[in-house]
Design a protein around this ligand. Structure first.
Ligand code: ZN
Length: 268
């Protein structure tokens, strides 16, 4: 079940502090990347089982490397080339493992919140020529119905206070900031561009404000200035808990956006 409202700031929804956690179980999940702990939540907010995959000690909760990932069965599980979700999830897990501390929140809001059935229907409309936004609109949905309230609930429960967010989506930074988390930095992912998803990613940059670092399209880049000419990328990128917004290129107010272990631009 996904909340039907399209406005993430809607006052009709409970604040994260008011969401009651009804079940919370943690299990050890060893992976080739490292030893994670999976925490599964059930709450009175919705009927879904949202999860957090943790590695290392959260400690004081400051500057935690965090990915807020929305479920994508086709991308995450099947490795579909229609989007970049699976690759982003893999990179996020690898970066958290490399850092030795971090959280990947996995929200059960398939297909930008419209569910798998409707996402597949939207895929068929895209095969007929609509872009990803118009396909969702044609089916009577919002362009993006995702809701990040549960990410705030989980991160709060885990003791996270400020984050370095693994994302290309300003809406995620804005939502976490609105819920009281200081977003210290945006750590870009990808780009993971291929012939199947190039139009989809371009639409997300043009119509959904996604920051798409277009360089060699082979997993390099990651510098914010690589998107300077991308239509639709505006100046709202880093937002802190006090509501301050900084420009793309200043991204976090504390320095650059690139991480030492991020892939670097590969010129030529
Ligand atoms: Zn996907």
């Amino acid at each position: 079940m996904n909340p039907s409202s399209r406005d993430p700031s809607s006052g009709a929804r409970p604040a994260p502090a008011d969401v009651r956690i009804t079940s919370r179980t943690r299990s050890r999940i060893p992976t080739e990347r490292g030893g994670f702990t999976l925490v599964l939540y059930e709450t009175d907010y919705d009927a879904d089982q949202h999860m957090a995959l943790i590695l290392g000690e959260i400690g004081d909760g400051e500057d935690v490397l965090v990915r807020v990932h929305s479920e994508c069965f086709t991308g995450d599980v099947l490795g579909s080339l229609r989007c970049d979700c699976g690759r982003q999830l893999e990179q996020a897990l690898s970066l958290v493992a490399a850092e030795g501390r971090g959280v990947v929140v996995y929200l059960r809001q398939e297909g930008r919140g419209i569910g798998l059935l409707e996402k597949l229907r939207a895929y068929n409309l895209q095969d007929e020529g609509l872009d990803t936004v118009d396909a969702n609109l044609a089916l009577g949905h919002g362009a993006d119905e995702r809701d990040y309230t549960m990410a705030a609930v989980l991160l709060r429960d885990l003791g996270v206070r400020s984050v370095r967010l693994l994302t290309n989506n300003p809406a995620k930074m804005e939502s976490l900031a609105a819920h009281g988390f200081a977003v210290r930095e945006r750590v870009p992912l990808g780009p993971f561009v291929n012939a199947e998803n190039a139009g989809y990613l371009a639409t997300k940059a043009r119509r959904m404000r996604h920051i798409l670092p277009m360089s060699d399209g082979a997993g390099g880049a990651g510098e914010a200035d690589g998107v300077g000419g991308t239509d639709g990328v505006d100046g709202t990128s880093a937002v802190d808990g006090a509501g301050r917004v900084s420009k793309n290129d200043g991204i976090d107010g504390t320095g650059g956006v690139s991480r030492g272990d991020e892939s670097r631009p590969r010129e030529g």
